[in-house]
Write a protein that binds this ligand. Structure first.
Ligand code: NAP
Length: 230
């Protein structure tokens, strides 16, 4: 049985990624601070294959506790770094604390988690980092998203760097730069905006990508968007 860990699992894209992986017969460790929509799952087959871990990935103890939950897991087939948060604020109004918070959740939590879980990756493991079109070099940028986009851009470069470091061990690292998806994050940041993609669709795409794409690509930073910027 394949084993995956998905962060940002309580709602939105991460929740649907978890469901898709579980429906395909995998065991899934699902991390977020709250259980959110995972707490309402009723299908016993799916429910039993999902292990909910409620931890804050921006804290050292949170990452340590995630590791404890994986004590008996020898190997991970995939890690999907999907947890994130978006700050929509003009650059000159942002504080350095807000910049640090954006980098903590969107970037440093990923660095810490990959470092902590490294011994569980083996030949054939696939690490997928979820970035944004705003973090894709050369894409159209939005005013107000400088901190978020910079943190997501750092994730793209981390992906390319780690893919070279880990390739001799057969561990693949890829990055998906998503366009707009209709989730709570998008609704809060851009009220009234209608995204062309639903979280159910993106969750299925990410689950399928994580299961299969590393046979064909490594170190790739891929725009997943119907238009630019969407
Ligand atoms: N929606 C879009 O249009 C869009 C576009 C481009 C990229 N993305 C990226 O896609 C990913 C998912 O976004 P989404 O739209 O599905 O957002 P969402 O609905 O707001 O979900 C974010 C998830 O991250 C979790 N999370 C946030 N901070 C956390 C922390 N400190 N520790 C652990 N978990 C944390 C949240 O759970 P808790 O609150 O329970 O912790 C939640 O499950 C994000 O990385 C986002 O940047 C989204």
């Amino acid at each position: 049985m394949k084993t995956y860990l998905v962060t940002g699992a309580s709602k939105g894209i991460g929740y649907h990624t978890v469901l898709n992986l579980a429906k395909s017969g995998a065991r899934v460790f699902a991390v977020s601070r709250t259980e959110g929509m995972l707490g309402q799952l009723e299908n016993p087959g799916i429910k039993n294959s999902i292990h909910i871990i409620m931890e804050d990935l921006t804290s050292a103890s949170g990452i340590g506790n995630v590791l404890k939950h994986l004590d008996k897991v020898d190997a991970l087939d995939g890690l999907i770094n999907n947890a994130g948060a978006l700050l929509n604020k003009p650059f000159m109004d942002t504080s350095i604390e807000e910049w640090k918070e954006q980098f903590e959740v969107n970037f440093f939590s990923v660095v810490n988690l990959i470092r902590s879980l490294k011994s569980k990756f083996q030949k054939g493991s696939h690490i997928v980092n979820i970035s944004s079109m705003g973090g894709f070099q050369g894409s159209q940028k939005f005013p107000g998203l400088s901190a978020y986009s910079a943190a997501k851009g750092a994730l793209s470069i981390l992906t390319e760097s780690l893919s070279t470091e880990f390739s001799s061990e057969g561990i693949s690292v890829n990055c998906l730069c998503l366009g707009a998806v209709q989730t709570q994050m998008l609704e809060q940041a851009f009220p009234g905006y209608q995204a062309p993609v639903q979280p159910e669709e993106m969750g299925k795409f990410i689950a399928d990508f994580t299961k299969n794409a590393h046979s064909y690509m490594n170190g790739k930073v891929i725009p997943v968007a119907l238009n630019n910027p969407d």
